[in-house]
Design a protein around this ligand. Structure first.
Ligand SMILES: C[S@@+](CC[C@H](N)C(=O)[O-])C[C@H]1O[C@@H](n2cnc3c(N)ncnc32)[C@H](O)[C@@H]1O
Length: 294
């Protein structure tokens, strides 16, 4: 039976193959401004504040160079961290999604949580508002981590990015990020392990993609021009530790709905050795520190 996610995936695959899609995207956005979904905004801001608290709790001075990979369309995270005290914001991406409208939206969203940011950073609301008005950033797209000076970055951030990086590229990405960090610097990553096709097709579960063999999944990724590596919390923890950084904090709790869905889902052999709790963990937060000088 054809499901909505099949149709959505096919449309996505076709769209990705349109020539000049970047220029067409900009033209569309000019005439039909992006209409945000309020529920997403709240979740996004909540994630940004959670990540900022995690960095503060790890004892970081919240100053210096902030580097975000996969910054996307609305750089809320970077505005929150800039207000909190980082002086230089470097946003990187593979595709040029960022524009002035997205930046303006990010600033107006961050303005709604100025009291939370000032509490996290230990500054007055007045000082936080002042910081918001001077927000600025550099944009590096397409990103090339090796062009960033070694040991020049104080904080590395990603949100909803690492689940999209192909497994074969993950080691190189982590090595590049570890190289860019100053000794004593932190990396904070928030990862969404859910099946992203479920986001627009609620008829499937959030772990539906665990049914497929790697071969079938690679074909689905190719046809839909998407990339979801399906790594679970434990896989990311291992890959991050292998980068040479020290894991300070990890958070990832099984989602009750996903645990329930797993009781009737025939998961593929590739996942059978993992615990249901690991498979059903849909959001992970990792905080790592560069403790060596390499
Ligand atoms: C779901 S969006 C998240 C955007 C933004 N971080 C957010 O939270 O709204 C995924 C982002 O990851 C970027 N991305 C995908 N694959 C990547 C890769 N291999 N390396 C770096 N960034 C990647 C995409 O270009 C996109 O900006």
């Amino acid at each position: 039976m054809i499901k909505r996610w099949h149709r959505n995936g096919a449309v996505q695959g076709l769209k990705s193959r349109i020539p000049f899609k970047g220029a067409l995207r900009r033209l569309k956005r000019h005439y039909f401004p992006y209409t945000p979904r309020a529920g997403n905004d709240e979740y996004y801001l909540d994630n940004a504040l959670t990540m900022a608290r995690a960095v503060r709790n790890a004892g970081h001075p919240m100053r210096g160079v902030y580097l975000e990979i996969g910054a996307g369309w609305t750089p809320v995270m970077s505005v929150v961290f800039y207000i909190a005290g980082y002086d230089e914001v470097v946003l990187c991406d593979l595709d040029p999604f960022l524009d002035d409208e997205g930046v303006a939206r990010a600033k107006s969203l961050a303005a709604t949580v100025i009291d939370d940011i000032s509490a996290i950073a230990g500054i007055s609301q007045e000082a936080a508002r002042q910081r918001l008005s001077t927000y600025h950033y550099q944009y590096r797209c397409p990103m090339d981590l090796w062009s960033i000076e070694a040991q020049s970055v104080d904080l590395i951030v990603s949100r909803a990015v690492l689940e999209h990086v192909p497994i074969r590229e993950l080691g190189g990405l982590h090595a590049g990020l570890a190289r860019a960090l100053k000794p004593g610097g932190l990396a904070v990553h928030l990862i969404d392990h859910s099946d992203h096709f479920e986001h627009r097709d609620k008829s499937i579960s959030r772990v539906n993609f665990l049914r497929f063999s790697q071969r079938t999944w690679s074909a689905i990724e190719m046809l839909t021009a998407t990339s979801q590596n399906r790594l679970r919390h434990s896989d990311h923890a291992r890959a991050l530790k292998q980068s040479g950084l020290t894991l300070l904090h990890e958070d990832g709790r099984p989602d009750p709905g996903a645990l329930d869905a797993l009781t009737s889902l025939k998961i593929n052999a590739a996942f059978v050795e993992k615990t249901p709790e690991d498979l059903a963990t849909l959001t992970s937060l990792f905080v790592l520190k560069k403790t060596c000088r390499a």
